[in-house]
Design a protein. Structure first.
Length: 421
């Protein structure tokens, strides 16, 4: 939800709003909030002084970090807080203009459609490109690198604010990208090894403390020490990196972070599951050690927050499909323990007192509404037999032709005395 203020929210206000929906990632939230604040302040300043193209410099963000750490959720929440449209794209599918594949103009077409075809609203939106590490420069055997360096070169113009032209249905649209904020993210697998190698070489030359072992540093710590030269070694051209004055990182989530995401964050996977159980008149409760077990499972799988919903669904799968039956049996509460999450025991259930009225009325009403919805859809998509085919006029009979010796029938006629087609 956008912040209800008469002025553009300050970086502190944006960060405070992000804290309610994004756990941890303090540095990334600060960098993204400051970048958005400067970007839209520059847009307003540019309207007063149009001769200044970049009055406060560029403000695009390059965000590095492991998968499942909340990069997409962070950018999506930023757009919601500011009340601006956003378009998502995967850099893994992009190719250079003129070659078969998805081109960069398709991203702006999505942004344009997200605003109900309002070019003015699209011109102040956010373009989010994930998996940006997939377009690093690669050796392709002497051929043109159309999916790597070619895409980097294609992105330079919109990153500079140049107009983008594309077709949407039958209309020709020109979109001004001067006020479009770009946020590009990626896991950048292998970049930590490049940084470790550079730091190890500096230590050999005496530029690092002798007591620090670069091999003992985690990938998160190494990414936080990354420099522009590391990204160039990784495969990005300097011209592309120069369009991103802010290069930030997200960290892998700890057990406490994952537990807090489930328990405290608005619209978390646990909140949605509780709402689902309450629709059947049943209260869902997780003990603290059960939440820690879910967090540990996500850490073991290396999925961070992205795997929490899957782990939660797996732990509840044995009881979730019985929700209507449990409501009929008078169950009003389900408590998940650590053993229940592991699958070693059944969840604890609480039944209503015999004198208390049943709580399944809401579920019955919801099920009745769902059945009516399906019935309406069946009537709308009812199968109708196709119209009968019109009878074809009989084909005229061909005169039999005399076959020439040693050759095909004359005029393409059949070898038979009558045409059987």
């Amino acid at each position: 939800m956008p912040i209800p203020t008469e002025t553009l929210p300050s970086p502190k206000e944006i960060t405070r709003a992000l804290d309610r929906v994004v756990r941890g990632q303090r540095r990334a939230k600060h960098d993204v909030a400051l970048s958005a604040y400067r970007h839209y302040m520059a847009a307003a300043y540019r309207e007063r002084y149009p001769h200044l193209r970049h009055p406060f410099g560029r403000h695009h963000v390059l965000l590095l970090g492991p998968t499942g750490a909340g990069k997409t959720h962070l950018v999506r929440s930023l757009a919601s807080i500011l009340g601006v449209p956003i378009a998502f794209a995967s850099a893994a599918n992009l190719v250079e203009a003129g070659y078969v594949g998805e081109h960069i103009d398709s991203v702006f077409r999505r942004l344009y459609l997200a605003t109900q075809r309002d070019p003015a609203a699209a011109a102040r939106g956010i373009v989010y490109i994930d998996e940006i590490d997939k377009i690093r420069r690669q050796e392709v055997g002497g051929q043109r690198d159309v999916a790597g360096e070619g895409v980097q070169t294609t992105l330079l113009a919109p990153l500079d604010g140049c107009p983008i032209e594309f077709r949407c249905d039958d209309a020709h649209v020109t979109l001004d990208t001067t006020n479009v904020l770009f946020v590009c993210t990626g896991a950048f697998g292998g970049l930590a090894d490049i940084i470790r190698h550079r730091l190890g070489a500096r230590r050999t030359l005496g530029f690092m403390p002798q007591g620090e072992d670069v091999h003992a540093l985690s990938d998160d710590e190494l990414l936080a020490r990354g420099e522009m030269q590391d990204l160039e070694t990784y495969g990005f051209i300097p011209e592309f990196l120069g369009r991103f004055p802010i290069i930030s990182t997200v960290q892998s989530l700890s057990r406490d972070d994952l537990v807090a995401i489930l328990r405290d964050v608005d619209e978390s996977a646990l909140v949605r599951k509780r709402r689902w159980f309450q629709a059947h008149g049943i209260d869902l409760t997780f003990e603290n050690d059960a939440l820690e077990e879910l967090a540990d499972a996500a850490i073991r799988n290396g999925t961070n927050a992205r795997g929490l919903e899957r782990m939660l669904a797996k732990s509840l799968s044995r009881i979730e499909w019985r929700l209507p039956d449990l409501a009929d049996e008078g169950v009003t509460g389900v408590t998940m323990t650590r053993a229940a999450v592991r699958g070693d025991a059944e969840p604890l259930t609480t039944c209503r007192v015999a004198t208390r009225a049943p709580r399944k009325g809401a579920a019955i009403e919801l099920r009745r509404a769902a059945q009516q919805l399906l019935s309406r859809r069946r009537e709308e998509t009812a199968w109708a037999p196709p119209p009968p085919l019109e009878p074809k006029a009989p084909r005229p009979m061909r005169r039999p032709g005399r076959r020439r010796r040693g050759g095909p029938p004359p005029n393409g006629d059949s070898c038979l005395p009558f045409d059987t087609t």
